[in-house]
Every structure is written in structure tokens, then in C-alpha cells.
Write a protein that binds this ligand. Sequence first.
Ligand code: AVJ
Length: 323
Amino acid sequence: TRREPVVTVALDPDCASGSLVSDVRRGLGSQPRTLAPKWLYDDVGSDLFDEITRLPEYYPTECERAILREHADDIVAACDATTFVELGSGTSDKTRTLLDAFTSTGRLERFVPVDVSEQTLRDAAAMLCERYPSLRVEALVGDFTLHLGHLPRGDRRLVAFLGGTIGNFYVEERAAFLGALHDSLEPGDWFLLGTDLVKSADRLIAAYDDSRGVTARFVTNCLRVLNRELGSDFDIDAFSYVPFWDPRQERMDLRLRADMPQRVTIPGADLVFDLAHGEEIRVEISTKFRRESLRAELGAAGFTVERTWTDDGGDFALTLARR
Ligand code: AVJ
């Protein structure tokens, strides 16, 4: 008998738009001006990101896939989870490699994909029920920085956070996220984390400044989102995309620079400000990690690293830690 997915909505839709307004007021209303990367992912932004993952210069997605292809069985064998939670699961595309490995052990009982995009999640959950008929699929529509308290309890859990998305967080946000995750787990639960690793500046810059300009369009799209959602009047053509590698913080820093002075009005956030010629808005950071500092950071949050897997080139890592 095939089961139907159970979908729980933890995200309040008004709250989603409310947090856009407060993010914009906080980030653009003060210096240095910033914008939170989660607003890059409307439908257009999600499609552009998908295109990025297929660019020859953008190695992380393919490296992570290679690790999963090569080591999914080892990962599943290394932990004794019966519930598998994925934060930011999207289409659950990469995860199928892990689900296949879990299925052949016969141990997995439940899969909990968590994502902010309700439709994507519903479609993925329906597909997974069909593909894994004996699995209980309990999807959670929520923001993984806010709704960790809604994760199901009881079973031994493995929580996966893949794709290197943790690199978007600032140091303090990372500590807060790891702390909240630690608090929502039980001793003995597992955490599988995907992180991009420090490498030469040339390769990093190429990955975030592709020759076809897809990344520039992806980052600039946030201004379109604000013009549409909040009625702002950003003159989108008057901005240049400026990505750079910050060697001290070991992160890519992706900014938009105003090519001419302009006054920006954002009615939906009740905000007016002047941008000087050359003034920059930071839209995203993408932190790159080292194995040792990652172990220390996970340790500080109360996790013990059990295993680390990398691709052959050592570009990307999957770290399995235990609470
Ligand atoms: C989705 C956050 C992992 O940081 O590499 C790609 C986003 N931004 N190109 C990354 C991104 C520009 C991506 N993450």
C-alpha cells in the first residue's frame, strides 16, 4: 500500500513577507549596506541558481554529487539513524543517492524534507512516496533558521544540511544555527554537513564570476525581487556585479556596486536612502572551510566529528558529526 506524504506548514506566509521588510530595513537602512541571500531565490532566482550548478566553472555541486555517489553506502553505514531529515531539501535531487543507500539497508523508516518553498516540497514529497513506497515522508514547510523546533522526535535522527549553504552564514549566524540544531537534537543523533573547502583564489573567482554572466544575473536578481515585492525603484542597469575573495575571512564576498549616484525609494519598507557613486551592497557571502576549523566549530556547538569524506580533488567535504 502506497502512503501519501504528510505535509506540515510551520512557515506563516505573512511572516515570510514580514521578514523581507525587516531584513530590508535592517540591511539596506544601515552601513555597510547588505541584503540577506535568502531573497535571491524567487522562481527566477531558483532557475538561475540551477543554471549555475551546471556551469563548468561552478565545481561545488558536481563535487558533492561525486562524494555522494562514491560514499553514500559508507555514510549510511556509519550512522544508525531511522529518521532522515534534510534541511533545504528543494527537489531532494542529490538526496536520492542517500535514500537509495538507506533503502538497501532496510533501516530507514521516515524522511523529513524541510524547505521554505511549499510547492517544490509538495512535488518532491509526492515523487518520493512513489519512489520509496515503504518510507514515511513527513515534509515540513519551514525556514531552517527558525523552525528546527518542529522536527519530529522519538527516533534516532540524521539531519543533513548539504550544498555548502552554511557558507552563506556569518560566523555569529553559524554559531547560532549550530547551537539551535544541537538544542533540537538528542544525544546520539547525527548531523551530515556539506561544506566547500578553501582553494586557490583563481578557481574561486572563476566559480563566482562565470564567463556567461549567469552568477551576475543571479545576484542582480535580488534588486528585481525588491522592485516587485516592495515597489522599490532600483535602476538595475546602473549596478555592476563585484565578486571578490576575502583571504582574511576566507570567503567569497558578492556585491553590487552603484555605477552612478542614486536615490532609492522602497515604499514597501518605508525606506529612502542615497547611494553614492561606487557604493556597494553586499548580497551574499560564501565561506570556504578547512577541516580543522570545522571540527573546532562543530565541537564548540557540542558535536563530535566522526568521519569526513571529500571528492578526489579535495574541493568539497561531507562531514558526519554526532550530538
Ligand atoms: C547555494 C549558497 C551554496 O555559495 O556557492 C552560487 C550560492 N551564489 N553562486 C554558494 C551561490 C553564487 C551557493 N550556495
